[in-house]
Design a protein around this ligand. Structure first.
Ligand SMILES: CC(C)(COP(=O)(O)OP(=O)(O)OC[C@H]1O[C@@H](n2cnc3c(N)ncnc32)[C@H](O)[C@@H]1OP(=O)(O)O)[C@@H](O)C(=O)NCCC(=O)NCCS
Length: 150
């Protein structure tokens, strides 16, 4: 996962120690290449006790596996985890210069609700986005999703 962080982000990378903590305490999902099962992307989702909001803390697909809809599939999967966790809001921060990610999140129904000047280590600004997640009907089989969370 550290290698993925380096491949994906130029700034604000998670340290090995933070990643170790997150793997134990957060939801971490991975995207794998179909043929080789190589891990080509991952997302970290954080929740808090007594809160119905969850936050996408880290998210990315390696360059070689982009533009195939994998990020979109990961978002759908994260939304399933939010529902299973009985939460109703998914939030994230994204750099205002990251057109690909901003477009991705807008395409999947996220809306901007705030802006933070100089949020990133390199002085870049963050757009705060959120999506209301509809309640589940309650008759889905959640076992499948749980078994997919790494
Ligand atoms: C942003 C990122 C996750 C997209 O991954 P991906 O697997 O290529 O995305 P998808 O194939 O699922 O694309 C879905 C949508 O994202 C948007 N998108 C993806 N790449 C784009 C690009 N280069 N330019 C503009 N929009 C883009 C489009 O809306 C696209 O929908 P479309 O194909 O109908 O146009 C990937 O570029 C990435 O990992 N970037 C580096 C890490 C990062 O920025 N993470 C987000 C931190 S908040």
């Amino acid at each position: 996962m550290t290698a993925l962080e380096i491949a994906l982000f130029r700034t604000d990378r998670c340290s090995k120690k933070s990643l170790r903590y997150l793997v134990q305490h957060a939801h971490v999902i991975v995207a794998r290449q179909q043929e080789t099962l190589e891990i080509v992307g991952y997302a970290i989702l954080l929740g808090r006790k007594n809160s119905r909001k969850m936050r996408i803390y880290s998210f990315g697909i390696v360059p070689a596996a982009r533009n195939r809809g994998l990020a979109g599939k990961m978002i759908e999967h994260l939304e399933d985890i939010v529902k299973i966790s009985q939460c109703h809001m998914l939030t994230l921060e994204v750099s205002d210069s990251n057109t690909a990610a901003v477009n991705l999140y807008k395409k999947h129904g996220f809306e901007q609700y705030g802006f933070r000047l100089g949020y990133y280590e390199d002085g870049g600004h963050a757009i705060l986005m959120r999506k209301h997640i509809r309640e589940d009907s309650g008759d889905d089989d959640h076992t499948l999703y749980k078994s997919c969370i790494h």
